[in-house]
Design a protein around this ligand. Structure first.
Ligand SMILES: Cc1cc2nc3c(=O)[nH]c(=O)nc-3n(C[C@H](O)[C@H](O)[C@H](O)COP(=O)(O)O)c2cc1C
Length: 433
């Protein structure tokens, strides 16, 4: 594979020598594109010797090869490590006054960035904004980690070690690494990270350390021992969110409301997911409320019945017991679980609701979504259109993601896994605020 390794001007540039070597040793064609500042940290001879390819920073070298766009066009993957605050800002603005800038604009390959900087720079609103914009465009971000920084400082901002970046890069290429960075002998093959659907492998552990509760499926409100009031929610979208979050490093508890075993199987087998089976709205409320305090993010995709039967019959209701007229079911309102979670949330906890709505137009759908988000008080509401033939029991989904300012932050369309990845990216964006 053709890998472009962008290197920018931070001390961590020396670690990217190991990264370049890991790529070369795994059999990839590696083209290092440093910035001018990066060359003050590690020089051209080192990059050329390690990558075995010529290295330049300028768009004016190798003009007959149209190098300023050729590298980006040919790339299967572009990795920027370390990515300085300056380069992240330049990427966000789309600046193209050096070879790395033109390469990043000319590529349609996946882009993986490994930020490295002091904590103050990483937490500055400009950098927070830039990272959110880049994530939203589909750029993969790995790290930074917390630890020792340049000088005597320590805190969040340390570049992920080359081995971690290499694994994420290999996973994006759909490729298991042959060697790990820093080794010269062929070591044991590194275990590939958990795979998502074909073509959708995500290995960036950007939810590492996050505890997430996800509810999925549809509640059942008993009428008598054999009958219930239910809904058509299959649980596929919620299960896809749980799997995607766990693949990205989150500790997930999945509240499964009446989901078919075949849909739950992958979640059941995932080491990062604990499944709690629930049936009625009351079960769900109880199980989720005892765990809510420990969660960083709660995603409520389950279709929860607004009503339950007042006075469930202990015996089957029989026709012969009502010979003259049909029995009447008295319904009472269930507690609003989502609103309760949003009301009781602690600072830093993020609550996401789902709304399956029928509507004549997208405008009407979004208006209903905005009203529902305000009623529930959640940080983000994912609205999807449902009808007799759309939304339920399908592999595809469209989610409009409405934030607390009534803005549609993103509309994601695709498989339920792709919708899940888009939702998780947006949750990170909301949390970065
Ligand atoms: C010793 C030293 C270490 C630096 N380390 C970092 C760093 O880790 N991250 C960062 O964003 N900037 C760092 N800088 C500042 C960048 O080098 C500077 O912003 C530069 O303009 C980045 O250019 P580039 O993004 O084009 O490579 C450092 C500067 C010096 C002198």
């Amino acid at each position: 594979m053709f890998i472009v390794l962008g290197v920018t001007g931070g001390i961590a540039a020396y670690k990217s020598v190991m990264l370049a070597r890991a790529f070369v040793e795994a059999g990839h064609d590696v083209h290092v594109v440093p910035t001018e500042d990066a060359l003050r940290f590690v020089g051209t001879p080192t990059w050329e010797a390690i990558s075995r390819n010529p290295v330049t920073t300028s768009v004016h070298d190798d003009v007959p090869e149209v190098r300023h766009v050729a590298l980006g066009q040919r790339a299967d993957l572009v990795v920027v490590a370390p990515a300085t605050a300056n380069t992240l800002a330049r990427m966000t603005a789309g600046l193209a006054d050096d070879l790395l800038g033109t390469t990043l604009l000319a590529t349609r390959a996946p882009v993986l960035v490994a930020p490295a900087m002091h904590t103050e720079m990483w937490e500055h609103p400009s950098t927070v904004h830039n990272i959110a914009v880049l994530r939203d465009r589909g750029v993969h971000v790995i790290g930074p980690e917390s630890g020792r920084l340049t000088g005597t400082d320590s805190g969040p901002g340390r570049m992920t070690e080359p081995d971690g970046i290499a694994q994420a890069a290999f996973a994006l290429l759909g490729d298991a690494p042959q060697h790990t960075a820093g080794t010269t002998d062929p070591g044991p093959a590194t275990t590939p990270l958990p795979a998502a659907d074909a073509g959708e492998t995500r290995a960036i552990l950007d939810l590492d350390g996050i505890s997430m509760l996800v509810s999925a499926g549809g509640t059942r409100e008993p009428i008598d021992p054999v009958r219930f009031i239910g809904n058509r929610s299959s649980g596929r979208q919620g299960v896809a969110i749980a799997l995607a979050a766990a693949d990205r490093g989150a500790d997930v508890t999945l509240f499964a409301a009446n989901i078919d075993e075949s849909i739950l199987a992958a979640a059941d087998a995932h080491p990062g997911i604990v499944i709690v089976h629930v049936s009625s709205a009351a079960d769900l409320e109880h199980e989720i409320s005892v765990r809510a305090d420990g969660a960083d993010v709660i995603v409520m995709t389950a279709a929860v019945s607004d009503y339950r039967v007042d006075g469930t019959s202990d015996q089957k209701i029989r026709k012969e017991d009502h010979p003259d007229e049909a029995p009447t079911l008295h319904l009472v309102q269930n507690p609003d679980i989502l609103k309760g979670l949003a009301t009781d949330r602690w600072p830093g906890q993020t609550i996401i609701g789902f709304a399956a709505e029928t509507a004549e137009s997208t405008e009407e759908l979004l208006e209903r979504g905005r009203r529902k988000r305000a009623r529930k008080g959640v940080d983000l509401l994912a609205v999807n259109e449902v009808g007799w033939s759309s939304g339920f029991e399908q592999e595809q989904n469209t989610l409009h993601l409405i934030d607390a300012h009534d803005d549609v932050l993103r509309t994601v369309t695709g498989t339920k896994r792709q919708a899940a990845e888009g939702l998780l990216d947006t949750i990170l964006r909301v949390r970065a605020r």
